[in-house]
Design a protein around this ligand. Structure first.
Ligand code: TEU
Ligand code: CA
Length: 561
């Protein structure tokens, strides 16, 4: 067998620049702030930093609406500072991966401005323009951010497609010039020294060209037309072409990860099969959709057994071919401890460690979202105007306009709103958490008084030190990276357990995901196994024969070799 790829033993850290650290007191995080905290990342021990968008942008969707792919927004700093960041990370043995947002641009990107300037212009076809149908939108597709996915353009008498905000028009990937312009931009960044890309909704770039109606949903004017734009007819062709035009023949170790809502295990295997040359790994959405009902805002509570079974199914399905990305949260999701763990102060610490243990013990590449390594929690949202995110703001507008249930909407927004993940990183206990000397753009979570980096970094037994230990284990023992995965106690709703095997090495990962202590019968095969990491201090260094008891939310990893 050939050597495993470098990224199988790597851990990625996501920085959402707006909320990471502010260096100039305007209340918005920036490159200067990241530069000040590079050693935090080095101490944690991560291998790769993924930077959410810092390109020039009107900030309609916090940078996921780009108006210039080759410049830094002054809000975040300058190209020189980005070069500095690349150098600072490389000097510490870390890589930098940029966010690649090419399903759409900003409506203020010169490409779109030109495209919108008239029906006969050379760039008209760079975006998706369609005539009205019966004086209305061309079809019933809805935008992810509420309302129709089509925006009327009075001047030319056509609509343009935007799967997200109306300020995020979709590029037309059928047009070869669009594709080449994107590849050229990617090469430009690689030449500058970046080490790869996290590709925003990349499985949406090939649309079903009929632009037919999606099956109607009773009571909804606009529906999510997933089947018609996700994993579309030419998607594999485009990704293979991108790989060929951008990465082929280039020296070095790069990372490509495709963000792919709605991707199935079968598709994920295809996307990540090295022989096909598309992407290294994908972000799938199954486990972050389990607590959603009819819509994202319809919070139905978490079925932890379903969560475990979902992640185990992905482990097993990609065992022979393909590679998993492992994540609990990111800038679009609520905080992991609040959603999948237990953020009650009595269980916060152990449950944050349990989630970390479960994820970092699995086969795949783990991602840590800024603040997750501190166990940051959801923000205690009460009112609608506390939410700044375009997705939540538009949703609330719709609730008001259509007279929907306001209390249910507020609950949904508090539970799954994206601003939960976007409150400032809590560096210390001070009122602005050490994030800014000014007024932070989103309020700091009040629990910064006890939940912060200063209280954890270098402090034995902290959540941060637990993450740091897990990352070190992945670097030290190959079984973490490539060992075979077998779930145990698959029908137990509380205890999360699995085994990893590589040659003579056998790992046992255990986590009690409940508030009750649990006795476990492990069988004699494990007696004598060495405790690599435990969430509760002073447990015996070797596993005794017979049974053990796990406290509420306690987690442990044992190794036999
Ligand atoms: O997200 C894509 C996506 O489908 C969702 O996770 C999403 O943003 C939303 O929460 C659906 O309810 C990516 C980016 O990660 C996100 O920040 C952007 O807003 C979006 O694409 C558009 O670029
Ligand atoms: Ca700033």
């Amino acid at each position: 067998m050939s050597d495993p790829a470098w990224f199988t033993s790597a851990v990625v850290y996501q920085v959402y620049p707006r909320s990471f650290a502010d260096s100039n007191g305007d209340g918005i995080g920036d490159l200067g702030g990241i530069l000040e905290h590079v050693d935090h990342l080095a101490t944690l021990g991560v291998d790769v930093v993924w930077l959410s968008p810092i390109y020039r942008s009107p900030q309609a969707d916090n940078g996921y609406d780009i108006s210039d792919y080759r410049d830094i927004d002054p809000l975040f700093g300058s190209l020189e500072q980005l070069d500095e960041l690349i150098a600072a990370l490389h000097a510490r043995g870390m890589k930098l991966v940029m966010d690649l947002v090419v399903n759409h641009t900003s409506d203020e990107h010169p490409w779109f401005v030109e495209s919108a300037s008239g029906k006969d212009g050379p760039k008209r076809d760079w975006y998706v323009w369609r005539d009205p149908r019966d004086g209305q939108e061309p079809n019933n597709w809805g935008s992810f951010f509420s309302g129709s996915a089509w925006q009327w353009d009075e001047a030319s008498g056509q609509y343009y497609l935007h799967l997200f905000d109306r300020k995020q028009p979709d590029l037309n990937w059928e047009n070869e010039d669009v594709r080449e312009a994107v590849y050229e931009m990617m090469r430009w960044w690689l030449d500058r020294g970046v080490d790869g890309f996290r590709m925003d909704v990349i499985n949406f770039i090939s649309k079903e060209q009929s632009f037919a109606d999606a099956p109607p949903v009773p009571g909804e004017r606009h529906v999510n037309a997933f089947e018609l734009f996700a994993n579309g007819p030419r998607i594999h062709e485009y990704l293979a072409e991108m790989h060929e035009r951008v990465f082929a023949g280039r020296e070095g170790q790069f990372l490509t990860v495709g963000e792919m809502p709605g991707v199935t295990t079968e598709e994920a295997i295809r996307y990540t099969d090295p022989a096909r040359g598309e992407v290294d790994m994908v972000f799938q959405f199954e486990h972050v959709s389990l607590d959603q009902g009819a819509s994202k805002w319809d919070w139905i509570g978490l079925d932890r057994l379903a969560l475990k079974q979902s992640l185990h199914r992905w482990q097993t399905a990609l065992a022979e071919q393909g590679w998993n990305s492992l994540y609990w949260d990111n800038h679009d999701q609520p905080r992991a401890v609040s959603r999948f763990g237990d953020d009650d102060p009595a269980h916060w610490d152990q449950s944050a460690k349990a989630l970390a243990t479960i994820l970092h013990g699995m086969r795949g590449t783990p991602y840590v979202y800024q603040g997750e390594e501190l166990g940051m929690t959801n923000y205690p949202f009460r009112t609608a105007d506390e939410h700044k995110d375009v997705e939540a703001v538009n949703h609330w507008k719709r609730v008001i306009d259509e007279g929907l249930d306001q209390q249910a909407a507020l609950t949904g927004m508090a539970k799954v709103g994206r601003d939960n993940a976007r409150t400032p990183v809590q560096w210390d206990a001070s009122p602005s958490a050490g994030f800014t000397t000014g007024e932070p753009w989103l309020p700091v979570n009040p629990n910064r008084s006890w939940l912060n980096a200063a209280a954890q970094v270098g402090k034995a037994g902290s959540v941060f030190e637990h993450y740091r230990a897990l990352i070190a284990l992945r670097h030290e023992h190959p079984v973490f990276a490539t060992g075979d995965f077998t779930g145990v106690l698959d029908d137990d709703p509380d205890v999360w357990a699995y085994v990893r095997v590589l040659g003579r090495q056998r790992l046992l990962v255990l986590a009690n995901c409940s508030r009750r202590s649990r006795e476990l019968e492990l069988g004699d095969g494990w007696a004598g196994a060495r405790l690599l990491l435990g969430s509760v201090p002073e447990r015996p260094a070797a596993l005794p024969p017979g049974s053990i008891t796990l406290d509420a939310w306690e987690s442990r990893i044992y190794l036999l070799d």
